[in-house]
Ligand binder design. Structure first.
Ligand SMILES: Cc1cc2nc3c(=O)[nH]c(=O)nc-3n(C[C@H](O)[C@H](O)[C@H](O)COP(=O)(O)OP(=O)(O)OC[C@H]3O[C@@H](n4cnc5c(N)ncnc54)[C@H](O)[C@@H]3O)c2cc1C
Length: 333
């Protein structure tokens, strides 16, 4: 029987949106294979049972849950060992996950332990008439693409760009079977040990984790202009991100790119400065809670997504906004 595995991605006890997109993708893979099979969601963590029980309604047939307090916080070496052990025992057809900073690490470790093929940043997956998996992934930040074919019958590990995953509403009145195991301390011999975790300054936060984002686009310009984006982020306790042109100019590193070939963000507030709102950009930020946009062009597509739209020049508006915020801070302290 074909068993398609997906990784349950969760934060603070709640299953993340990406997981529901993976369920839809897993069902699509199963339908393409056209044979009997199951969609299995694999979860590592603690106190997740209530959340996992809901997955049946979204299309999961079986949940494999390894529970332990050792799995509350991500530790790459241990997580990869636990997952590799599960894969070796049950031999799924493939193992899919959503690309995040964490799974960029995890997927590589898992594929290495299993000595199998890996595709990160997957945009499309197809299966040919021989049952072989093909994955399309971007090269050079989406300026070119490659089509990868997986050789052999080992379980391929595939991490999808979140922007290409589309989740659906729960549409089944079914419960997934829950297969449960506990992980005992010392079950795997590890070569690394986490001594402590260090909280990041809001400005250094990974954009996927950030609550407040100030994003700059081509309209901000290459030179001094971008300093205002950093200043505004500092003034409101946010982190800085950008569009592809800004990353191409090397003003920000690739890790700070929002969009189809970058990261998908879910902040409480995002302020878009000098960004047109191309499809490939908005795919990575359209689920943000409150969207502010500043653009000189009143017809810019970004305004369709904005809760607050300001038609104006960022070079005039941002210094005024920063000054106001700094004055408010001063008078409050
Ligand atoms: C396969 C593929 C994948 C891609 N992936 C991504 C991706 O992941 N992320 C991404 O961002 N893009 C991606 N792109 C590129 C995308 O199509 C757009 O080209 C890009 O998002 C545009 O970035 P921008 O909004 O910064 O620039 P522009 O589209 O040039 O927009 C600049 C905006 O700034 C405004 N402006 C100009 N001056 C000012 C000023 N002084 N004050 C205020 N506003 C001003 C203009 O009116 C304009 O609306 C991808 C493209 C392809 C083909």
């Amino acid at each position: 029987m074909n068993d398609i595995w997906l990784l349950v991605q969760h934060r603070e006890g709640s299953i993340e949106e990406n997981t529901f997109g993976l369920i839809s993708e897993a069902r699509r893979i199963l339908a393409t294979l056209g044979t009997e099979g199951m969609v299995t969601a694999v979860a590592l963590g603690q106190d997740l049972r209530d959340e996992l029980n809901n997955l049946g309604a979204y299309g999961v047939d079986r949940v494999r849950y390894v529970e332990s307090e050792l799995l509350v916080r991500y530790q790459g070496e241990l997580f990869a060992m636990v997952l590799a052990d599960q894969v070796r025992k049950h031999r799924p057809v493939c193992f899919i996950m959503a690309q995040t900073a964490e799974t960029a690490d995890l997927s590589a470790r898992l594929a290495a332990l299993l000595e199998t093929g890996l595709a990160t940043c997957a945009m499309d997956l197809d299966i040919d008439s021989t049952g072989t998996f093909h994955v399309v992934r971007p090269l050079d930040n989406g300026y070119r693409f490659e089509d990868i074919r997986f050789a052999g019958k080992d379980t391929p590990v595939i991490a999808f760009l979140p922007a290409v995953l589309t989740s659906q509403e729960p549409d089944r009145d079914e419960q997934a079977e829950l297969w449960f195991e506990t992980l005992e301390e010392g079950a795997f011999s590890l070569k690394t040990k986490v001594l402590r975790t260090i909280e990041a300054d809001p400005g250094d936060l990974d954009i996927e984790e950030a609550d407040i984002i100030v994003a700059g686009g081509r309209g901000v310009g290459k030179g001094e202009g971008f300093a205002a984006i950093h200043e505004l982020a500092k003034a409101i306790g946010g982190t800085v991100a950008g569009t592809r042109p800004v990353i191409d100019w090397q003003i920000l590193p690739y890790e700070r790119q929002i969009g189809q070939t970058g990261k998908t963000v879910l902040p409480r507030l995002i302020i878009n400065c000098g960004i047109s709102g191309a499809n490939e950009y908005t795919a990575g930020m359209e689920k943000s809670q409150t969207v502010v946009a500043i653009n000189t062009d009143p017809r810019a597509r970004i305004f369709r997504f904005a809760d607050l739209g300001i038609v104006g020049d960022v070079h005039e508006l941002l210094p005024m906004l920063i000054e106001r915020l700094q004055n408010i801070k001063k008078s409050a302290s």
